[in-house]
Ligand binder design. Structure first.
Ligand code: NAD
Ligand code: DAU
Length: 354
């Protein structure tokens, strides 16, 4: 079996669902169920013996050590993290705690467990750390995309905390020989994406008749990847990646934010027109920019394609259409996650403009 952390979040829950759709290998899913964790994402697995959910913190050494001793996983996939850049600007503490201290304790518990495996199990074991392209910092307009050899230049408390965890993972391989793999992926989108992030926020606000907030001039560039493609890349790296290596994962889909929002508005105009017949793009509102906002991310995904034969299955056009349809078909899910604490966050971040 494998141990997945953060498997009730956006990417983690997609990963668990896809994993169990394609294999019978059981998953132990350790998730603290912060505001971003949602067991409703995994409702289709209710009663499925192959999925064991445990609520808990990756930073709880005793809990993790107990889970490893009991379930004896052959691999760990670490998704658990605080993941929202804007939240890291308002309150970096949780990011340091989970992304750095939590990852460190998880590595320590893993090292202790791995050290006691027999030689065959030891050689087969993998610790896969899911990281981000944001660790590389910001690109100028004509810079080549990030490759695995780019310098780490994180600019936000979020990316700095992820960079720190990547360094710890690297050190555990170099120093202790732990068979680690690291993936650095670009911006994901798709089902179960929490509506604090650009794409689901815009879909949600558009349908609710609210402003579509564009930070600054909206010309910041992100490289978008459909979440199921990220999950397939992780499965491929877990199966065939070389221990100690890092793999960049991306969709070759660089887009300025304003173009993404225009695309979302056009698809919504077609699939769910406004009652007054006007275009959704009329709801676009320019708001104060994110402090320290990275201008451009772009991923060179050549290494994972060359060495492991992985390529994304979706283009941005097919993936974004699927995503809008998913949100239209799952309004109850959106309504459940946008109550309570979510409203407090929106008030804090967007103030009177929300
Ligand atoms: P998310 O915020 O949607 O989910 C994070 C999950 O981790 C939640 O279920 C939460 O409850 C859980 N969690 C948080 N702190 C925990 C702790 N201390 N112990 C156990 N569980 C904890 O995040 P996501 O977008 O699904 O991202 C998953 C991972 O992928 C993160 O490591 C993130 O840095 C990385 N990543 C995300 C993207 C993206 O575009 N979303 C891109 C590249 C990499
Ligand atoms: O690049 C990978 C990263 O992508 C992941 O590591 C992070 O976990 C994930 O949150 C994401 O970070 P971003 O900051 O790029 O994603 P976000 O959806 O928050 O913002 C995307 C872009 O849209 C960014 O340039 C900021 C802008 N934006 C965002 C929001 C929420 C707006 O213009 N308005 C908004 O209201």
């Amino acid at each position: 079996m494998i141990l997945v952390t953060g498997g009730a979040g956006f990417i983690g829950s997609n990963f668990v669902l896809d994993w169990l759709a394609q294999s019978d290998e059981p998953v132990v899913n350790l998730d603290a169920l912060t505001y971003a964790g949602n067991l409703e994402n995994l409702a289709s697995l209710q009663g499925d013996q192959r999925h064991v959910f445990v609520q808990g913190d990756i930073g709880d050494f005793a809990l993790v050590a107990g889970l490893l001793a009991k379930h004896r996983p052959r691999a760990i996939v670490n998704f658990a993290a605080e993941s929202h850049v804007d939240r890291s600007i308002h309150g970096p503490e949780d990011f340091v705690q989970t992304n750095i201290v939590g990852s460190f304790r998880l590595l320590e518990a893993t090292r202790a467990y791995w050290g006691c495996l027999d030689a065959t199990e030891k050689a087969a074991f993998r610790f896969l750390h899911v990281s981000t392209d944001e660790v590389y910092g910001s690109l100028a307009k004509d810079d080549p995309p990030f490759s695995e050899t780019n310098r780490y230049e994180p600019n936000s408390p979020y990316s700095a905390s992820k960079a720190a965890s990547d360094h710890l993972v690297r050190a555990y391989h170099h120093t202790y020989g732990l068979p680690v793999l690291t993936t650095n992926c670009s911006n994901n989108y798709g089902p179960y994406h929490f509506p604090e992030k650009l794409i689901p926020l815009v879909i949600h606000n558009a349908l609710a008749g609210k402003p579509l907030p564009i930070y600054g001039d909206g010309q910041q560039v992100r490289d978008w990847l459909y979440v199921k493609d990220h999950c397939s890349a992780i499965r491929r790296v877990l199966a065939a990646g070389r221990p100690g290596e890092t793999y960049n994962v991306g969709g070759w889909n660089e887009k300025p934010n304003l173009d993404v929002v225009h695309t979302l508005c056009a698809i919504l105009d077609e699939l769910s027109p406004r009652p007054d017949g006007k275009p959704y793009r009329e709801q676009i509102t320019y708001v104060t920019d994110r402090p320290g906002h990275d201008r451009r991310y772009a991923i060179d995904a050549g290494k994972i394609e060359r060495e492991l034969g992985w390529k994304p299955a979706e283009t941005f056009e097919t993936g974004i259409r699927k995503t809008v349809r998913w949100y239209l078909d799952n309004q109850a899910w959106v309504a459940n996650v946008t109550s309570g604490a979510y409203r407090d966050w929106v008030g804090k971040q967007y103030g009177a403009q929300s």
